[in-house]
Design a protein around this ligand. Structure first.
Ligand code: SF4
Length: 321
């Protein structure tokens, strides 16, 4: 665990060197939750842009509950992992439902235990919101915390259990929100995956992995799965494509786009080309066929994923040749 001296040192470092991020200027749990969900799989610089866009439109959980899933998806365009947007919308509905209907009557839950009952909120997000917004003494464990812990204790493959034990034992309970953010900030900006800045590290005096930090933790090897898809892109006489809203399950659930599936009937259509798109666990290869249809949809009016934008761009570039 981190020694008592290092705890003070880390908190002092955090007070001085934390990045100025917009959600750090509030104690309101709604914008804090929004930031945590956005940053799950999005870099801070990009996440900040989407956070500003969403928070401007939805300053309260009620304002999102009064909106539509389609509008939330529309604003989420480009942030990726659209299931997060759908679950966030479901979360707003649950929070704003009446207590007799199993909701929270418009009040955001305050404890990690209650927060974990909401759609899309796992142990990490619940602990982050409960500690940062409400000061609950619960430790956060994410990828940054895992890296700091592995190096502090010189463990190549720390188990989830030992990681949680370390985080619980190290927690500065007096100010859990700042402590959690300080450990994560250290992992994000000093104890980085490559070339950590050990000479500037506030907890170096208790770090047992300092001589060869990059040995810890051992990288997780997760091969991407190749997925081959077919796509049919039909245009009307005005150049608008046929777009439809996808089912509520699958890779691009709820987003709009042209027909896309592993098997489609493409007889009588012209082959256009292939689009390659990488997701965190999948390597998508989309072969695109083109044809005509009576009436299409203006693509700027519906939520489209980055993959769908690439497919439309392929047609655009081919038309310009
Ligand atoms: S001394 Fe280096 S390896 Fe250890 S926690 Fe600090 S930055 Fe990470």
């Amino acid at each position: 665990m981190v020694s008592a001296i290092d705890q003070a040192s880390l908190l002092g470092w955090y007070a001085q060197h934390q990045r100025d991020l917009p959600w750090r200027h509030t104690q309101d749990s709604w914008p804090i939750l929004l930031s945590e969900i956005l940053l799950q799989q999005t870099q801070v610089s990009r996440g900040t842009v989407f956070w500003q866009r969403l928070y401007k439109r939805y300053p309260t959980v009620q304002s999102m509950a009064d909106s539509t899933e389609e509008e939330v998806l529309f604003l989420w365009q480009g942030a990726g992992y659209y299931s997060r947007a759908r679950r966030l919308f479901q979360l707003s509905k649950v929070v704003c439902a009446g207590v007799s209907a199993g909701g929270f009557g418009g009040r955001m839950p305050t404890t990690a235990k209650e927060l974990q009952t909401l759609p899309g909120v796992g142990p990490y997000t619940a602990a982050a919101v409960a500690s940062i917004a409400h000061g609950e003494a619960v430790a956060c464990v994410d990828g940054n915390v895992r890296r700091v812990m592995a190096r502090q204790t010189a463990q190549a493959k720390p188990s989830d259990r030992s990681l949680q034990t370390w985080a619980d034992a190290s927690l500065w309970k007096v100010d859990a929100g700042n402590w959690n953010q300080a450990v994560m900030e250290l992992g994000a900006t000093v104890c980085t995956p490559r070339k950590p800045l050990c000479n500037r590290c506030a907890i170096r005096s208790s770090c047992t992995g300092i001589e060869s930090p990059e040995m810890y933790p051992a990288p997780k090897v997760r091969p991407k799965k190749r997925v081959d898809l077919m796509c049919i892109l039909l245009f009307d006489s005005n150049g608008f494509p046929h777009l439809e809203q996808r089912d509520t399950s699958g890779i691009l659930a709820g987003m709009w786009g042209p027909a896309m599936a592993q098997e489609l009937d493409v007889e009588s259509l012209d082959y256009l080309g292939e689009v390659h798109h990488v997701l965190s666990h999948r390597d998508l290869h989309v072969r695109v066929w083109i044809g005509q249809i009576g009436k299409g949809v203006d693509p700027t009016t519906v939520p489209l994923s980055s993959l769908d934008h690439k497919v439309l761009a392929l047609a655009g570039s081919s038309a310009n040749k």
